[in-house]
Design a protein around this ligand. Structure first.
Ligand SMILES: Cc1ncc(COP(=O)(O)O)c(C=O)c1O
Length: 396
């Protein structure tokens, strides 16, 4: 077996240089813990960037995946498969929406939503194509989703970007109203901005957007790629805000670490697509759908979601109790929590990693805590203890 150093050396030589990776190489995981190639153990509060909802190697998901692997791996969407239709049925039932489309990632789910919004109005013979998204949002890295992303650092060098996107101020309804015109087809928004710094929407903002969309006859799209599938303590984050969109996108946690994305839409919005309008060879394939079907069944149970809310509150309380005057704010919902500091956090995260705690930033000054949803109380205490110790030692 290769050592950590050997793996990193090969990676530098052969893997394209698109990621700013931490200098560790992970080889196995169990629950909330992972181990590197030199057998060092880490408490994982990144969880594959809010993805491994049940931790690493969750027995229920291993069972669902391997059971399916011994039956049928892949056939394409030319045929019907039971795990996919059952997953769609469950997501439709949970969301209050009408139909599901499956793909492989968050960016693809948002691409699908953008295309559906445009096609919906095209079929109605209305020239509406413009999408309003928000400053500091993040929607993915394809050309359309990076254009929808309201952060120029992700767009630089990729011009010309996609036409038909404009950006409003998050939590400012009047800034949205000013951008609406006869070409507007949809508003695309994260109920909680994730990559942009773990910023929850203000109470009433999503409802105001919903009313605005109804008044103007345009579609409301929620990007729940990061905040959906139980992460905030309700299955969909929007359920905590008492509002339902026309379209919602999911990925990350949906497969508990196995790649799958989904776009759900009301029956009305879904009528924008007809056979041949959109497709994905791998989207919702047997392995992904069987794994996601089992994950959704577990995560959507009320008792499971109640525990997420309890753990989220406990983590929030522990972080709020830290007394370091560089901490500006602790915010988030459920187990999507950001600690904003007055200074850049890269060095602090590096120190936590050295001490055996994996964390990731959300923008330059925010440390993000997104452990598995079934994280244990003792692990929350251990993580905060390491974070506190790192804070005490850290002098940037
Ligand atoms: C809100 C949101 N949308 C979309 C994406 C893109 O997802 P993916 O990396 O799976 O394409 C992300 C990824 O971080 C995200 O947080």
């Amino acid at each position: 077996m290769l050592s950590s150093q050997d793996i990193m050396d090969k990676g530098q030589n052969y893997v394209m240089n698109t990621y700013g990776r931490f200098p560790i190489s992970l080889v196995k995981g169990q629950g909330t813990f992972v181990w590197d190639a030199d057998d060092k153990q880490y408490l994982d509060f990144v969880a594959g960037i809010a993805t491994c909802a049940l931790g690493h190697s969750a027995p229920e998901l291993v069972e669902a995946l391997t059971e399916q692997a011994s039956k049928l791996w892949h056939v394409s969407n030319l045929y019907w498969i039971e795990p996919q239709v059952e997953l769609a049925e469950k997501l439709v039932e949970l969301s209050g929406l009408g139909k599901a489309f499956f793909c492989n990632s968050g960016a693809e789910a948002n691409e699908a939503a953008i295309k559906l919004a445009r096609k919906y109005f095209y079929r109605k013979k209305q020239n509406r194509y413009e999408i309003i998204s928000f400053k500091d949002s993040f929607h993915g890295r394809t050309l359309a989703t990076v254009t929808a992303t309201g952060q120029t650092k992700y767009q630089e060098g990729f011009a010309p970007l996609m036409p038909g996107f404009v950006y409003a101020e998050y939590n400012d309804i009047s800034s949205v109203e000013k951008l609406i015109n006869d070409q507007t087809c949809a508003i695309l928004v994260e109920p909680i901005q994730g990559e942009g710094g773990v910023r929850p929407s203000d109470p009433g903002f999503l409802q105001a957007l919903s009313q605005l969309c109804q008044r103007e006859g345009i579609l409301l799209i929620f990007d729940e790629v990061q905040c959906g599938v139980g992460r905030t303590g309700s299955f969909f984050a929007y359920q905590g805000y008492d509002v339902t969109p026309d379209i919602v996108t999911l990925a990350k946690q949906l497969g508990g670490g196995f790649p799958i994305g989904a776009m759900l839409a009301s029956n009305e919005a879904a009528s924008g697509f007809a056979p041949g309008d959109h497709a994905s060879t791998f989207g919702g394939n047997p392995l992904a759908a069987a794994t996601a079907r089992r994950l959704v069944k577990i995560v959507s149970q009320p008792a499971f979601l109640k525990e997420v809310r309890k753990s989220g509150q406990a983590l929030h309380d522990k972080l709020t109790a830290l007394t370091d005057n560089r901490i500006a704010e602790v915010r988030g919902r459920g187990l999507l929590i950001g600690v904003e500091l007055t200074v850049e956090v890269k060095g602090l995260i590096d120190l936590c990693i050295q001490k055996g705690l994996l964390l990731v930033g959300a923008g330059p000054k925010v440390v993000r805590f997104v452990p598995p949803l079934n994280v244990k109380q003792i692990e929350l205490s251990q993580a905060v203890a390491i974070f506190r110790e790192a804070l005490q030692e850290w002098a940037p």
